[in-house]
Structures are given as structure tokens and as C-alpha cells.
Design a protein around this ligand. Structure first.
Ligand code: PMP
Length: 379
């Protein structure tokens, strides 16, 4: 790799991960060196302060999505939250039925545990999205049978940015009395989510997509209505109500909470500014010609654009401009592979179109100048 000054590289890959907000980092710091006690220990201040901070974080997470703090458990990130929700629920409830509904374009951390369940005897319906990556409520409703125990559909797609009608899908699942899990990793903190109004039963999210630290996430598990029984995947110490054992990473848990609180406070400001920047990018890119946008034109995350550029090899383009602009040719989680992403295939792109596709994800710290510069580089 050529030597570059990182400050010179415009970072437009915020769906892969985000820079920790300085305000979040400031909240985390004392928990490394001052309040370093184990939050499960008792009596002495190092532990009591850590425990209190963990509970504050639980409250901050719950508030952002309109739930109660008792309904949040901390994990190592959305991958773990998704695994726990899906495997934990299906393995604990397999006597009720063995049918799962999901979509073709979920994140690997949803599809892989489902594959494992499929190999052990579960039946799975993989719903096809429309060409923007949107899952229709009607398709979900039609696929539900008396054997269905779980529906899992993502809030917003990480590669496309397209947002699903989660309010309607969750209502259908509620009506049919089927548990509904939602991978909201790309949506939490970026668009309003209020689970008081949207009857999602389990919802996963992560710290590092919202200007918090990596390696920490949460799973919301609804307490009202029927109790959701989960088989824990990690045992040993009964932390997090026995659902996720292991000493909590208190500095990062504090960071997740702080990131959630900040996201709540800045959401409308962030949405407005990021949307303006992405509209500017769309306008400039359209001047280029030969560009097809794969994301939904309106129902999309404010900062995410997914575009195919006629006759361009995306990998080659991205490596050539990597000293000036950081972009992704698909999901960061699969970009070590060269085959076209399952998401792009899932929306019906040909292999050659998929190989000409890039994802731009604009975040809180991007400026108008950076967007102008990125346009110049791309042009
Ligand atoms: N789901 C989605 C939609 C994602 O974008 C990601 C991160 N790429 C994950 C799950 C996994 O999150 P984490 O990195 O916190 O494990």
C-alpha cells in the first residue's frame, strides 16, 4: 500500500464503520483507568460506579428506540445479537414449529445462523426483494404458515440503504402471532425508530455504526405480550439475565450508550445535513452519465447510495482512488471475496453490473468540500 496521509483520504464508507465521536470517547475514558471495576462486583466504588454507568447506558439505548431498559441486553455487536436472536429463539422454540422466514439480502450474520438451522432440520423461506431491495409486507404475510416460528427482516440494507416497511411487517407478524426479529444495525441512530408504535419483538444494533466503539452491541427483547424464550449461546456466569454470560466490556458499553444518546439528540440535524450532501452527490454523479442507482430513490438511509457505473471495474476504480477517497465496492464484511455480493445478486443485477457497483455512505463528519472533492475524483 502506498504511503498516504489518512487526513487526505475522504472517508465515505460510514456503513462499514464510523469514527468514534470525540464526545463518546470522552465518556468512555474514565472507565478504562478510574472506574475499572467489574460491573458485576459489589460494594466498592470502582465496581459500583461501573455498574451504574452500565445501567445508564441501558437506559440510553432503550430511549433511542422507545423501549424499556429491562428489555436491552448487551452483546459484542450486531453479529452476536443476530445469532442470539435467531439461533437462540429457534433452538428454544422448535417444538412450536420449524419454519423461518427471511430475505435473500440479509446480512451474513443473519443468513449464516439460518443456514446452520436449515442444515439441522428447519425449513426456510428466503423472500425475494424488489429491484431496490425492498421486502413487501404481502410476501411476508403469504409466506407465514402454522409452522412459522420466526420472521427476520432487516430494517435497512447495509449495501443499498433501502428501508423496509418494518411497521407493516411487524404488524402482520403480530396479527399472525409469529415472533419478529429485525436487524436494525444500519438504521438505529440514523432514522427514527419507536418500538412503542412498531411491534418488533427482537431488534439488533451495534455501537460502531453510530460513532461509538467497535465490539459492542445490543439486542432488544420485548418483555410485554408473550415472553420470548431464548437459548443462550454463551454460558458461564449468568450475566445479562443469563442470556449472555461474560464480564461486560464496561468502557464500550458506556460508549454505546453515549453514542445512542448523541444520535438521538443530533438525529434530525444529521439527517438533514447528510441528506443534502447525498443529494449533491447524486446531482453531480448524474452529470457523469452511465450511472444507475440501485438504492430506493426516497425510502433509503439518508447517506447511503449504491450505484453501478457502466463499463467500470469497481475494484480497480476503488484501489486507484484509495489514496483520496475511501469507498466500498459492496459490503465490507464480504469485500475480501471477489465474487459479486449476494445483495446485488438478490436484487437481480447481472454479474457484470455487480462488478461495476460501488457504495457511498456519508456520515456525520463529512463536509460539503469533501463531497465536491469526491465528485472530482470520481469524474
Ligand atoms: N447487520 C448489518 C446490516 C450490518 O451492516 C452489520 C455490520 N456490517 C452487522 C449486522 C454486523 O455488525 P457488527 O459489526 O456489530 O457485528
Amino acid at each position: 500500500m502506498i504511503q498516504v496521509n489518512i487526513k487526505d483520504v475522504v472517508y465515505l464508507d460510514n456503513n462499514a464503520t464510523t469514527r468514534v465521536d470525540e464526545r463518546v470517547l470522552a465518556e468512555m475514558m474514565p472507565f478504562f483507568t478510574q472506574h475499572y471495576g467489574n460491573p458485576s462486583s459489589r460494594y466498592y466504588p470502582q465496581a459500583e460506579i461501573a455498574k451504574k454507568a452500565v445501567e445508564k447506558s441501558r437506559f440510553q439505548c432503550a430511549k433511542l428506540i422507545g423501549t424499556k431498559l429491562q428489555e436491552i441486553i448487551f452483546t459484542s455487536g450486531a453479529t452476536e445479537s443476530n445469532n442470539l436472536a435467531i439461533k437462540g429463539y429457534c433452538l428454544a422454540n422448535s417444538t412450536k414449529g420449524k419454519h423461518i422466514i427471511t430475505s435473500l439480502i440479509e446480512h451474513r450474520s443473519v443468513l449464516d445462523p439460518i443456514k446452520e438451522l436449515e442444515m439441522s432440520g428447519f425449513n426456510v423461506t428466503y423472500l425475494e426483494p424488489d429491484h431496490y431491495g425492498k421486502i413487501s409486507t404481502e410476501k411476508v404475510e403469504k409466506a407465514i404458515s402454522s409452522n412459522t416460528i420466526l420472521v427476520t427482516i432487516m430494517f435497512a440494507n447495509n449495501e443499498l440503504g433501502t428501508i423496509n416497511p418494518i411497521d407493516k411487517i411487524s404488524e402482520v407478524c403480530k396479527k399472525k402471532i409469529v415472533v419478529f426479529h429485525c436487524d436494525a444495525t444500519q438504521a438505529v441512530g440514523k432514522i427514527p425508530i419507536n418500538l412503542k408504535k412498531t411491534p418488533v419483538d427482537m431488534l439488533s444494533f451495534s455501537g460502531h455504526k453510530i460513532y461509538g466503539p467497535k465490539g459492542v452491541g445490543a439486542l432488544y427483547i420485548r418483555k410485554k405480550l408473550q415472553k420470548i424464550k431464548l437459548l443462550p449461546l454463551i454460558r458461564g456466569g449468568e450475566h445479562e439475565n443469563g442470556l449472555r454470560s461474560g464480564t461486560l466490556n464496561s468502557p464500550c458499553v458506556v460508549g454505546l450508550g453515549a453514542a445512542c444518546e448523541l444520535a438521538g439528540k443530533l438525529m434530525f440535524e444529521d439527517i438533514k445535513r447528510i441528506h443534502t450532501l447525498s443529494e449533491k452527490l447524486v446531482k453531480n454523479l448524474n452529470l457523469l452519465g452511465g450511472i444507475t442507482f440501485n438504492n430506493h430513490p426516497r425510502e433509503r438511509l439518508p447517506g447511503t447510495l449504491n450505484l453501478s457505473i457502466d463499463g467500470v471495474n469497481a475494484e480497480l476504480l476503488l484501489s486507484r482512488i484509495s489514496d483520496r477517497v475511501a469507498l466500498s465496492s459492496g459490503s465490507a464484511c464480504t469485500s475480501s471475496k471477489t465474487e459479486p455480493s449476494h445483495v446485488l445478486k438478490g436484487i437481480g443485477l447481472t454479474d457484470s453490473m455487480a462488478k461495476s457497483t460501488i457504495r457511498v455512505s456519508i456520515g456525520r463528519f463529512n463536509t460539503e468540500n469533501e463531497i465536491e472533492y469526491a465528485c472530482e475524483v470520481l469524474m
